[in-house]
Ligand binder design. Structure first.
Ligand SMILES: Cc1ncc(COP(=O)(O)O)c(C=O)c1O
Length: 274
């Protein structure tokens, strides 16, 4: 029986897959199915497997770590690789950052929202339409790409407000690039006047390039403008770099590519004083 048929019996329909492929081997950018047919792996672990599968030095590092310890619990003790990686990330992100490791993108975004609320003591979060931030309760609340993610799970986290993303190709404000007067930034005047006072907003969370929303690259002025709005009102700027981080836009983080420093970013949360 094919893996797909076996899986149907033991996994609930909610845990669906976008293909019925059963993969038995993966090497670099190729995966092989049950009949050894070779496929070019465009999924790349959903945009996170930057070096492909089984990259030798990565495999070696994992093996070495497993020989030393498997799980000692970072909330119980400290251990060398845990500290070394955090030190490296701080060094690579300017030296004024701090790191929190979590298990997934969704958990990182949960942590980012909690951190923003805790630091600011404010209740509200502004997210963007067509965004994807995860499948947990809080991250579904700030995900605007598909109603299926939230169907039957409401009520979700309250005090989430929605903004339009900067899409110059299909401008949500019906404007033309270059003569739009940055309506995507101006919209915040209306949000703050009609919907939520900026003093009540803990964070604006944004993908520097919107992934699931259609791989939308915003104009340079957009992220810089968000930074300015956040500075003006004491709002924390969160970059969800689950899809853009670790070299995918040319720099280590999209924050470098766009030259905008967020307060909290990526699936390893890194908080900076800006
Ligand atoms: C931009 C973005 N944020 C968050 C997530 C959620 O990450 P995870 O599936 O690791 O929870 C994803 C997953 O695809 C993502 O693309």
């Amino acid at each position: 029986m094919k893996m797909y048929e076996r899986a149907k019996k033991v996994f609930p329909p909610a845990a669906g897959r976008s293909t019925t492929l059963g993969i038995t081997k993966a090497e670099g950018c190729y995966v092989y199915d049950e009949s050894e047919k070779k496929y070019l792996d465009f999924a790349s672990g959903v945009a996170v497997n930057n070096l492909g599968n089984c990259y030798p030095s990565v495999v070696e590092a994992i093996q070495k770590e497993l020989q030393q310890m498997i799980h000692v619990g970072h909330n119980v003790v400290y251990y060398p690789s845990y500290i070394k990686l955090a030190e490296k990330l701080v060094e690579l992100t300017g030296g004024d950052t701090m790191v929190y490791f979590s298990n997934s993108g969704a958990e990182a975004n949960e942590g980012a929202i909690k951190l923003a609320k805790y630091v600011t003591r404010r209740p509200a979060v502004i997210a963007f339409k067509n965004s994807f931030h995860g499948r947990t309760m809080a991250t579904v609340s700030i995900t605007g790409s598909n109603s299926a993610y939230r169907k039957y799970y409401e009520p979700l986290m309250p005090s989430v407000y929605w903004a339009e993303y900067a899409n110059c190709y299909r401008c949500p404000f019906g404007k033309e690039k270059g003569c739009c007067d940055m309506a995507c930034l101006k919209q915040f005047d209306g949000i703050f006047e009609k919907l939520v006072d900026p003093e009540c907003v803990a964070a604006i969370i944004v993908e520097p390039i919107q992934g699931e929303g259609g791989y939308i690259v915003p104009p340079d002025a957009f992220l810089k403008g968000l930074r300015k709005i956040c500075n003006q009102h004491g709002i924390l700027l969160i970059f969800d770099e689950v899809q853009t981080g670790v070299g995918r836009t040319g720099s280590l983080y999209a924050s470098e590519t766009f030259d905008v420093k967020p307060d909290i970013f990526r699936e390893t949360l890194i908080k900076s004083s800006h």
